[in-house]
Design a protein around this ligand. Structure first.
Ligand code: SF4
Length: 455
């Protein structure tokens, strides 16, 4: 399928082939689904929201509910204010959410619709809320859109007069509900009360009950978002997805945040738990020490199969950096780190991470990259393992490379949204998957007389 990808690399500027990102509203919609009884609303044409919903549904295998301002030619020329007013009225009348979270699209951004003014001027029922954020898709990526929507909730709702409380805010970044469940478990074990924003557990990984609920029993409540204004502090996990919400909370309510990497692997999970220990004054419980011990034991046992194997990792920036950190701890040798999300910071962080393990020599780290380029690099320097989203499967097949699925989106397998990648438990699951992929390949390639039953 990708046989025509040439080995020779030509300079490209205004062209992406097999991009590694999608548009900002996908992230904004996902963030809005993590607020209780919230209807995400796409201010643009129907085609946009239809794509965004399909994209999320394919990953989560759950319906991703959202509405649209349904722009036609008139709104495109004269502005979408009237469409938004009618939409908001109809949504509250028909679907009765507590809050509507509006995000813009390329079209409404290009014609310059002023969402602030529209929302200030429109009639909103007393017990209902409308918030918005700007998500022009010609900048950033779905990760940026997620950050903007979370910041939007804070700008509208966090209350600087909220009573001081003993909770910390936690911005989990662009991760799966499985990761958020794991974060909540870790926070609970550390005895630290928290407000998670957003929280898609119970919404996009809800149980089958036989009854369709438009607003499943999950998500951050509006009162919790208000109370963020009185929180002790916030932990912003993932620099690329969570810095914006941290800044918004500081600006609006004066609450400080600590921006940290997503807790992937040993070192990053250690730092996360030490931060929780420092904030709470509680020691790390034995249960977590044992989990860490199990992870380290597994890493040592399987080290001969990890050691010095080269790999390429691609996906969202915070996830790629986390996966790279775990890969280095396992003894793998990351040669290529690629994200589709723009931003020099990714290249700096990735290079610094590889450099800190003495693994930078000849490795490439690329932001705003694409899979075509990664394929060309791999053609020139084959790797032993590919780690990333479903979009890597053709590349893995074309180059006959073992492939481990991790990140967003996973469109061609089931259950990934349930599985945490973070924490020691997430690292154990990932390490097992990586070892399986490498060892399956060895079994397939070896001579019959070398096929070992016991490793
Ligand atoms: S037009 Fe813009 S907002 Fe709509 S789907 Fe395309 S990139 Fe996304």
């Amino acid at each position: 399928m990708l046989d025509q990808t040439p080995k020779e690399i030509a300079e490209r500027k205004a062209l992406r082939i097999n991009p590694l990102k999608t548009c900002q509203p996908v992230g904004a919609l996902y963030a809005a689904l993590g607020v209780r009884r919230c209807m995400p609303h796409s201010h643009g044409s129907q085609g946009c929201v239809s794509y965004h919903r399909t994209f999320l549904t394919r990953h989560f295998k759950e319906p991703a509910v959202a509405s649209s301002s349904s722009f036609t030619e008139g709104a495109s020329v004269f502005g979408g204010g009237a469409n938004l007013r009618s939409s908001v009225k109809n949504i509250f009348d028909l679907y009765d959410p507590d809050i509507i979270a509006v995000h813009t699209t390329c079209l409404s951004e290009t014609i310059g619709d002023d969402l602030n003014a529209y929302i200030l001027e429109m009639e909103i029922p007393d017990d209902k809320l409308v918030v918005h954020c700007n998500t022009p898709s010609y900048v950033g990526s779905h990760v940026t859109g997620h950050a903007n929507m979370v910041a939007g909730f804070i700008k509208y709702l966090a209350d600087k007069r909220a009573p001081k409380n003993d909770r910390i805010g936690v911005f989990p970044g662009f991760v799966n509900p499985g990761d958020i469940r794991e974060l909540k478990r870790l926070l609970g074990l550390m005895g630290l009360p928290f407000i998670m924003l957003p929280d898609q557990t119970g919404v996009l990984d809800g149980p089958m009950t036989g009854v369709y609920e438009m607003y499943p029993d999950g998500g951050t409540t509006i009162d919790e978002i208000r109370a963020l204004g009185g929180a002790r502090m916030a932990l912003a996990l993932g620099e690329f997805a969570s810095t914006e919400p941290a800044l918004a909370l500081k600006t609006k309510c004066g609450v400080d945040s600590k921006v940290m990497p997503l807790p992937f692997g040993v070192a990053m999970t250690d730092s996360f738990l030490m931060a929780l220990s420092e904030i709470s004054g509680n020691p790390v419980p034995r249960e977590l020490e044992e989990e860490r011990g199990r992870l380290v034991d597994l890493m040592l046992d399987a080290n001969p199969y990890f050691y010095d194997r080269s790999c390429a990792i691609f996906g969202d920036p915070d996830t790629v950096l986390g996966l790279a950190s775990l890969a280095l701890e396992l003894g793998l040798r990351p040669r290529f780190l690629v994200t589709g999300t723009p931003g020099e910071a990714f290249e700096k962080r990735g290079s610094a991470l590889l450099g800190s393990h003495g693994a930078l020599g000849g490795a490439r780290v690329r932001a705003a990259g694409d899979l075509f380029e990664l394929h060309q690099w791999i053609k020139n320097e084959p790797v032993d393992l590919l780690i990333g989203t479903s979009y890597g499967k053709q590349l893995a097949k074309a180059e006959n490379v073992p492939f481990v699925r991790a990140g967003f989106p996973i469109l061609d397998r089931y259950g990934h949204a349930y599985q945490p990648l973070i924490g020691y438990e997430g690292a154990i699951k990932l390490a097992i998957k990586i070892a399986d992929a490498i060892m399956d390949r060895m079994d397939r390639d070896c001579a019959d007389e070398d096929l070992e039953l016991v490793m």
